[in-house]
Ligand binder design. Structure first.
Ligand SMILES: Cc1cc2nc3c(=O)[nH]c(=O)nc-3n(C[C@H](O)[C@H](O)[C@H](O)COP(=O)(O)O)c2cc1C
Length: 481
């Protein structure tokens, strides 16, 4: 076996490894001297090695992920390469990863559940409507348990079902009911792969964040050649190990960090049937809550009335009015980070007939008067109040929806409200509200970053990276290294 010093050299040397791992170069020099990598940095080194295509077996003891508690679900579909998934099972088992296997009906025409069960030393799941399985490990548990779901081989059929939300067997139902990362390793006849329908499904799934291990080019079992070959099981294995390590690393990124996020619109009632609100859908705030939760943060999401599903996060509080949102947000402090993404109504609207004559707004207002006037009362400014208070979180981020002078207006908000970072977007011509993409500017005291238009999930991902950088820059001297 080669030594750690050689591995560090292959990874670019002491300085580069230290920079990538955000630790002191002296720590890496010590590893070289002692020929040992501390346990808590092993994952990061494995991940870096996989990125550099370096086979760590030459340098480190063989992978044993027993203590990392990785959970993988393998879905085997009915393709000519189904038998190759048996080698995958062997590799995953050897690494002590907790593996469950689901086979489609078609897969069982190629290999048997008995063979899979013997290799995996565990029941292989095949039936959505099994009374016995449903009582022990039901399909929702199978969907929720894994860190990663690998579909290998993935048929054109399962891609089409997933792209179109079809859930007519155990495999396709699990794929729809899961929060886990999904990776597909498609394998099929080259004409099937290049078929417009398959390619459209592929693009659709990529756009929804599904991962792919692209099929190889070469001779196929059917006698034709082209793109569609199942990649070598070791290639698939390395890719899922790399993803699992990233998932675990990312899952600890915001460990012990409490984050309060406001999202969606608020509603100001005029009477029991009428109200004033705005066009915010909550999509951007929900995406941020979901991403930061995935990275281990304890997220409290305070949401106005929305029509989208709630993300998976520690705590969800539903509110209607700006006043309620203000009170509930304050009630969640102290917290480490506040992200005010909600489109909060600036005013309450109090109906009246004339300057002196108020209206009974407890009941539905009648059309007896030609004119209805409104007195407006300013709602509390959640962002500014908290940013200037004694309970101010370490990092306060606000969103600013503008229709003109975007950067100038956002910068003046940054200063007047005393926040650390403003994310500004152009909402003229309904460009953002309710849409799945967003184009934002990140403005702090010194800089203005323009981000290209991207999905709201992607904005959430990049923002989480940005927040992580702000935090780790403050803790750059990692004394554990
Ligand atoms: C001998 C044979 C080989 C097949 N190989 C593949 C294949 O490699 N890839 C594929 O997408 N479909 C292949 N099919 C077609 C699938 O088995 C079929 O579309 C099936 O409905 C897939 O079901 P599933 O996605 O539920 O596993 C093959 C069919 C046969 C009879």
């Amino acid at each position: 076996m080669n030594n750690i010093s050689q591995l560090i050299s292959l990874l670019g040397g002491t300085g580069l490894v230290a920079e990538k791992l955000k630790i002191k170069p002296s720590a890496v020099s010590n590893w070289r001297k002692l020929n040992r990598i501390p346990k808590n940095k092993l994952n990061a080194i494995l991940s870096l090695s996989l990125q550099h295509n370096i086979n760590t077996e030459d340098f480190l003891p063989s992978h044993n992920f027993d203590n990392l508690n990785f959970k993988v679900l393998l879905i085997i579909c009915g393709g000519i390469a189904s038998y190759k998934s048996l080698e995958l099972i062997r590799l995953v088992k050897k690494a002590n990863i907790d593996l469950d296997v689901v086979m489609t009906k078609s897969a069982q025409r190629f290999i048997t559940p008995l063979l899979v069960t013997s290799l995996n030393e565990k029941k292989c799941y095949t039936d959505l409507f099994s009374v016995e399985d449903e009582s022990k490990m039901n399909h929702i548990m199978l969907a929720r348990k894994p860190d990663l779901i690998l579909v290998a081989p993935a048929t054109a059929n399962i891609m089409a079902k997933l792209a179109n939300g079809i859930a007519d067997d155990l495999a396709s139902t699990i794929l729809l009911a899961s929060f886990s990362q999904i990776i597909l390793a498609p394998s099929m006849n080259p004409v099937m792969w290049s078929n417009l329908a398959t390619q459209e499904n592929y693009q659709k799934l990529l756009g929804r964040g599904i991962g792919f291990i692209a099929p190889d080019v070469g001779d196929m079992a059917c006698g034709e050649s082209g793109t569609g070959r199942f990649p070598e099981p070791k290639v698939i294995y390395d890719r899922i190990i790399s993803n699992l390590i990233n998932i675990k690393n990312i899952a600890d990124q915001f460990k012990n960090v409490s984050i309060v996020i406001t999202a969606g619109p608020t509603i100001e009632n005029i009477d029991p049937v009428r109200f004033v609100s705005n066009r915010s859908s909550g999509k951007q705030g929900f995406a941020i809550a979901s991403e930061l939760s995935r990275r281990g943060a304890k997220v409290t999401l305070i949401s106005g009335p929305v029509n989208i599903p709630f993300p998976k996060c520690a705590n969800i509080i539903q509110v209607i009015t700006a006043q309620e949102m203000f009170e509930k947000t304050i009630s969640q402090l102290p917290a480490d980070i506040l992200i005010c993404c909600a489109a909060v109504s600036d005013w309450k609207f109090i109906p009246k007939i004339s300057d002196n004559e108020k209206i009974d707004s407890k009941n539905k207002i009648k059309k007896t008067n030609d004119e209805l006037l409104f007195k407006t009362l300013k709602n509390p400014d959640i962002l500014a109040t908290i940013a200037k208070s004694k309970l101010r979180p370490n990092l306060v981020i606000g969103f600013s929806a503008e229709t003109n002078n975007i950067i100038k207006n956002a910068k003046s908000k940054l200063i007047s409200k005393e926040v650390d970072l403003i994310i500004a977007n152009d909402v003229s011509k309904n460009k953002v509200f309710g849409e799945d993409s967003n184009k934002v500017f990140l403005i702090d005291k010194n800089n203005c970053e323009e981000w290209c238009e991207q999905s709201k999930n992607s904005v959430a991902f990049n923002l989480a990276d940005k927040i992580n950088n702000i935090f780790t820059t403050a803790n750059i001297c990692d004394t554990n290294a």
